[in-house]
Write a protein that binds this ligand. Structure first.
Ligand code: ADP
Ligand code: MG
Length: 254
């Protein structure tokens, strides 16, 4: 579809899942983690995915994030059927389009905050002072410039998670995927992190956030509830309205 046709058709779908199934293992030990998920997420949306432990949330995020592939069904990311991409093409899509935030931060322990945030830029082949400037700008967005040279072990959980958010943002991804990002955080750090996510969404970034906490989900514009590998509820809390043009956020612009 041409850009003009897409605009005429209204909001642009970033994520489209059609009848997605995921089965782990085979035979007697097969686990049906997803059992036919249909989901469409448009640009600029802010979606909370809720569900009990084992309901398939992480499996869904791994598929949406191109970290795993469906056993059956189709997934289109920005209109591209990722089922036709090979491993290296999937890696490229992940790097270009998606920023990940995990519950356990996943920082590299022996590297400073700055070096951790520089990592995705290093993979993208950006070097030297430009890489450093962009990483510092991303750290500034999460209010951590003064911790740039600290090691993860010298920071609180909330600070480490903000470093992880800076790392997710440094490449200016259009889609941010977060799996229980506040799961290990105290109340104050949770509020700080959610304020950052809210601001990112106001800037036009699409966010899909997994959580099992309802007050965290209240920040989203839409709530999707999973149970036993199926979406049992899909509820819009806030109208999407006109999406703002997605600018590389000023502080992380190249
Ligand atoms: P949630 O994130 O909602 O807790 P998951 O997506 O992690 O749920 O898991 C959904 C189901 O799939 C669970 O029954 C879980 O035990 C199973 N599962 C998840 N990952 C694997 C795996 N790698 N191998 C086998 N079973 C798995
Ligand atoms: Mg999970």
């Amino acid at each position: 579809m041409q850009a003009t046709e897409r605009a005429a058709a209204g909001q642009k779908a970033v994520i489209v899942l059609h009848g997605v199934h995921k089965v782990y293992g085979a035979g007697d030990v097969a686990v049906q983690a997803l059992r036919g998920v249909d989901l469409k997420v448009e640009a600029g949306d802010y979606v909370a995915v809720l569900g009990a432990s084992g309901s398939g949330k992480t499996t869904l995020m791994n598929i949406v994030g191109c970290l795993d592939v469906p056993t059956a069904g189709r997934y289109l990311l920005d209109g591209i059927d990722v089922g036709f991409l090979d491993e290296s093409q999937l890696a490229l899509v992940r790097r270009r389009k998606i920023g990940f935030v995990f519950q356990s931060y996943n920082l590299i322990p022996r590297m400073s905050a700055l070096a951790n945030v520089e990592m995705p830029l290093a993979y993208a082949g950006i070097r030297g002072s430009r890489r450093r400037e962009r990483a510092m700008a991303a750290l500034e967005m999460v209010a951590l410039t003064d911790r740039a040279h600290h090691m993860p072990s010298q920071m609180s959980g909330g600070q480490q998670q903000r470093v992880a958010v800076a790392r997710a943002l440094v490449t200016s991804p259009s889609l941010v995927l977060a799996d229980e990002p506040t799961g290990n955080l105290d109340t104050a750090s949770t509020a700080d992190l959610l304020a950052i996510f809210d601001a990112l969404n106001r800037d036009g970034r699409t966010i899909v956030m997994i959580t099992h906490e309802h007050d965290v989900a209240d920040h989203a514009k839409r709530r999707v509830q999973l149970r036993d590998g199926l979406i049992i509820e899909d509820h819009r809390l806030v109208d999407l309205g006109e999406p703002p043009p997605l600018l590389a956020s000023p502080s992380v612009a190249s």
